[in-house]
Design a protein around this ligand. Structure first.
Ligand code: DSN
Length: 489
């Protein structure tokens, strides 16, 4: 007979975090034991692997706890103190305090913390910008009070004008995000998409070329930001480009928001003074719950605040509570050290890869991520490298390199990031060790060749002894860095 948590002999010795998690497991066990098994297994897997996914992190237990409660039961359409539902007093308090903290952390004129994700944040921001630029002046010109007063013909004209607008963002293979105008995403369907790339030789943004393109194309929205670009962006230059073509400058800092909050991106590398609208996720370098935020200049505020109803049916009060907790953590001086270490760790990894002879996109990194060209370095596709590393408990994701010949499925690169391992406490010397482990493993692998002599793009040929040795090395390294040591379940 399993004892309930209250009957445990060691209750007095357990941390409050362990007691909280044990209680959660006990409650869930009665509903779905299989879910509890998956939850326990996930903790074990995360504990036993080297997480190098550049967009992932480990949130605090406080952030996790703020998400799991009855706040989820509330509808709060609208925004703080301006709701379409009654009974939102406490949600008003939570959401407005989260907005105030976000403004303080980033030095923003206005904050909106409802987006459910970074993609949501971009969707809302694009609509808000188009409505401000096109719909609002159109409505005003016709002497109408709001869009609901337009006739069907007039509204059709708004829709036609929207579809004529252009957005210009970094292409996916050069490190841009799907929502920056990729053909498989809504962003290229709501506006005409013009992509800019990177210099084919250096892999770096070529600002003069982007400016030339922007002046020719005249986009309504210029997007700066990335998912896999390992360098800093000069936002002063991006501002100048936006001004030269009359575009609204939107910076998507989903990947590097934590580096801004941690005061590591200063001057022209901090997007806040230059952008009209800044979007972000809250769960990557920022280390909060899975979600999004939008920061903007005051003139955009009335439009951004209508994210619900533009694109959100109802905000998630429990997630906004967790964002509030994460923002309090960003204001802790420890967060600055963390952000500094994230970059230091990434630079250390990049340096070691180069010393060992690997080819990196742009030759290195200035931020939290690096992109290793595994095709040029090891003759492997990104897919082969990703699965082999995963077998050895090292999680990375395959990623295109600029002008990738292997396409978006197999790719020629892998993207590595340091936020999660930095949170876990790993430092420079461990980074060198990790690069050596990865390098030795990938160097020992070859693409599997079938009986007809065809090289696989997915499978590799490798001595199992090397695989086992790698797993052992990872396990030994992680023994010293227990993830969530305060949780015993
Ligand atoms: N999936 C995220 C990333 O890995 O960068 C972006 O949405």
């Amino acid at each position: 007979m399993i004892k309930t948590i209250l009957e445990r002999d060691d209750l007095q010795t357990l941390s409050v975090e362990s007691i909280a998690y044990l209680a959660i497991m006990e409650i869930l066990e009665k509903k779905d034991p299989e879910l509890v098994s998956s939850l326990k297994k996930e903790l074990e897997d995360q504990r036993n692997s080297l997480k190098l996914i550049a967009s992932e992190n480990y949130s605090s237990i406080a952030v996790q706890m703020a998400m799991g409660n009855y706040l989820t039961d509330k509808y709060a359409e609208g925004h703080p103190f301006h709701r379409f539902y009654a009974g939102c007093d406490n949600i008003d308090s939570i959401e407005s305090r989260a907005c105030d903290l976000a403004k303080k952390i980033f030095g923003a004129e206005h904050a909106y913390v409802q987006p459910h994700s970074g993609a949501d944040a971009n969707l809302i921001a694009y609509w808000a910008i188009l409505i401000k630029r096109i719909e609002a002046p159109f409505v005003e010109q016709l002497g109408k009070k709001n869009v609901a007063q337009l006739s069907n013909e007039e509204y059709e004209e708004v829709r036609r004008l929207f579809s004529q607008q252009k957005m210009m963002g970094l292409s996916l293979d050069a490190g841009g995000h799907l929502t920056h105008g990729s053909r498989v995403n809504f962003s290229s369907k709501m506006m005409k998409n013009i992509s800019y790339g990177v210099d084919p030789k250096s892999g770096l943004l070529d600002y003069a070329k982007i400016k030339e393109q922007a002046i020719k194309e005249k986009p309504a929205i210029l997007v700066a930001g990335y998912s896999a670009y390992p360098r800093l962006i000069d936002f002063e230059k991006m501002r100048d480009i936006a001004d030269s073509c009359g575009a609204t400058l939107l910076v998507d800092m989903a990947h590097f928001a934590g580096l801004v909050a941690g005061k590591q991106l200063k001057g022209k590398y901090n997007p806040m003074p230059y952008a009209d609208v800044v979007t972000s996720t809250t769960h990557k370098t920022l280390r909060g719950p899975r979600g999004g935020i939008i920061l903007c200049k005051e003139e955009f505020a009335p439009f951004i605040d209508k994210g619900c109803p533009y694109a959100i049916g109802g905000p998630l009060p429990h997630i906004m509570a967790a964002k509030l907790v994460a923002f309090t953590e960003c204001l802790n001086p420890e967060f600055e050290t963390y952000a500094q270490d994230v970059i230091l760790n990434a630079k250390t990894m990049a340096k070691r890869f180069v010393e060992r002879g690997a080819i990196l996109v742009t030759g290195g990194t200035d931020n939290h991520l690096l992109s290793v060209d595994v095709m040029q370095s090891f003759g492997l596709t990104g897919r082969q490298a990703e699965s082999l590393l995963s077998r050895c408990k090292i999680t990375v994701n395959r990623n295109s390199v600029p002008m990738d010949k292997n396409g978006a499925w197999y790719t020629s690169g892998i993207r590595l990031g340091t936020p999660a391992l930095t949170t876990r406490g790993l430092k420079k010397s461990e980074m060198v060790l990790i690069v050596d482990i990865i390098f030795d493993l990938l160097a020992a692998a070859k693409p599997l060749v079938n009986s007809e002599g065809v090289k696989s793009k997915a499978k590799v040929d490798i001595d199992e002894k090397v695989v086992n040795k790698t797993i052992e090395a990872v396990e030994t390294l992680l023994e010293k860095f227990v993830l969530y040591p305060e949780i015993l379940i």
